[in-house]
Design a protein around this ligand. Structure first.
Ligand SMILES: Cc1cc2nc3c(=O)[nH]c(=O)nc-3n(C[C@H](O)[C@H](O)[C@H](O)COP(=O)(O)OP(=O)(O)OC[C@H]3O[C@@H](n4cnc5c(N)ncnc54)[C@H](O)[C@@H]3O)c2cc1C
Length: 410
């Protein structure tokens, strides 16, 4: 059997090992924590996610993997349907078209401008999310809806994010159908399944532990600093963030330089518990605060007793240089301003100085170049920095990569 080294024991590396365990003799190297950004801390009575909060149930490979390893995901309860935006006051995000027209989330003029989307000419070239949203839905929509959404998903801003890389499916609909509304009306007729938020009873680490138990491999706690440490292996997969991959692969100058071009946004997660805090719901996204959003974990999943504030991102990258007490203070003030809740009885923090890769303008082309260079030197790359940032994307990409490697191995 060929010997395969996988560097990085996050969901990308672990799921790849799961899919390849019968085809290779696998060793996985992890420098810190199995699960990477999917890691749950238990502090006193509190279950706190350091990173991944959950995943949507619209990705069959994740659900299939759960079934194969014998773990049942839990669906967020009905409260999760209530989502809010803070724009100097709390506004519930309407979920039905009629409610949207009635809500004060946008001005009447802004709402009318959205309807013009049917008639805006399609553009298939590379552009930022800001350009896309301004062009198709108007500037007010970008400010009120896309700024909070980009903060919530990518910890980034519409200006700094490539539409083609971050939302390829929407860009494809625009190109194929000429308008998003026209495309969505047609696709609805095709019965596209929509996803609901899921996690696990005891958090994401419960899944990671179960996955590890179902993988036949050598698990090694070790930081790989140079690719030459892995000379004894027939194949090497690097499943780390790109700044780590660039260092491991420093002897391949061109590849290493390309990998270094992918920037990461910092994110701090601050957990609090208050005697009372409202609104009850999934959470609140913001438009201009240093806190990008407040996740009301305790109202949507069992065994969670806290809420978590997500701060920083591309909106406030300076967060990576602040000390933890200062970050907690900022989060506390934002929670008080947004919800009125005061004097938390518990607080906790996790600062990721390099949390999430930014899919900047030109990302897809950069990734193509990275993969071509990697192929030239016989290195395989995977992870959330390339073609999809979500937990679901990582599992789907590992499945597809495993298929390719099995075919080559056969
Ligand atoms: C704060 C935050 C919240 C998020 N929330 C969600 C969410 O709710 N839903 C969702 O779908 N996605 C979410 N994401 C995105 C999600 O984290 C990722 O898509 C996914 O977990 C990334 O997995 P990965 O294996 O590609 O990378 P990582 O999880 O970063 O794993 C890489 C691993 O490589 C290891 N490593 C690095 N260098 C070395 C080395 N030299 N030697 C050995 N090991 C090394 C690291 O320690 C790490 O364990 C979130 C991300 C963050 C940061």
């Amino acid at each position: 059997m060929q010997k395969l080294a996988i560097v990085g024991g996050g969901i990308s590396g672990l799921s790849l090992a799961y899919y390849l365990q019968n085809d290779f003799d696998i060793t996985i190297f992890e420098k810190e924590k199995w699960g990477g950004k999917a890691y749950t801390q238990k502090v006193n009575n509190y279950l706190l996610e350091e990173g991944v909060n959950g995943f949507l149930s619209n990705s069959p490979k994740t659900l299939e993997l759960c079934e194969k390893i014998g773990i049942k995901p839990i669906k967020a309860n009905e409260n999760a349907k209530k989502r809010f935006i803070y724009d100097n006051k709390l506004i519930q995000i309407p979920t039905k078209p009629l409610d949207f027209l009635k809500s004060d989330i946008m001005s009447f003029r802004g709402k009318l401008r959205i309807l013009k989307e049917f008639f805006v000419k399609p553009k298939c070239d590379e552009e930022s999310v800001e350009e896309f949203a301004n062009r198709r839905f108007g500037r007010e929509f970008t400010k009120k809806m896309m700024i909070p959404m980009l903060a919530g998903i990518y910890a980034s801003t519409p200006k700094k994010t490539s539409m083609n890389a971050a939302f390829p499916k929407l860009k494809k609909i625009e190109c194929e159908y000429g308008s998003l509304f026209k495309g969505m009306i047609k696709l609805k007729r095709g019965g596209q399944p929509s996803g609901e938020l899921h996690s696990f009873e005891w958090g994401m680490s419960e899944f990671i532990e179960k996955l590890k138990q179902n993988i036949k491999a050598n698990f090694v706690k070790k930081e790989i600093k140079d690719i030459d440490e892995l000379k004894d292996f027939d194949k090497v997969v690097i499943a780390t963030p790109t700044y780590e991959a660039a260092n491991i692969l420093k002897k391949y100058n061109k590849l290493s330089n390309l990998l270094s071009k992918i920037e990461y946004n910092p994110v701090a997660i601050v957990g609090f518990d208050y005697d009372t805090i409202k609104p009850v719901g999934f959470g609140i996204l913001t438009i201009k605060e240093k806190s990008l959003g407040i996740l009301m974990d305790k109202y949507i999943f069992p065994n969670r007793n806290a809420i978590r504030v997500m701060l920083g991102g591309a909106r406030y990258p300076e967060i990576r240089d602040l000390d933890e007490d200062k970050i907690i203070e900022i989060a506390k003030k934002d929670v008080e301003k947004i919800t009125g809740a005061k004097n938390p009885k518990f607080s906790w923090i996790k600062l990721h100085k390099k949390a999430i890769p930014n899919y900047s303008l030109g990302h897809n082309e950069l990734v193509e170049n990275i993969f071509q260079e990697a192929q030239k030197v016989g290195i395989i790359l995977t992870g959330n920095a390339y073609r999809g940032v979500s937990f679901n994307d990582c599992i789907k990409n590992s499945y597809e990569l495993a298929k390719k490697l099995k075919d080559k191995n056969a």
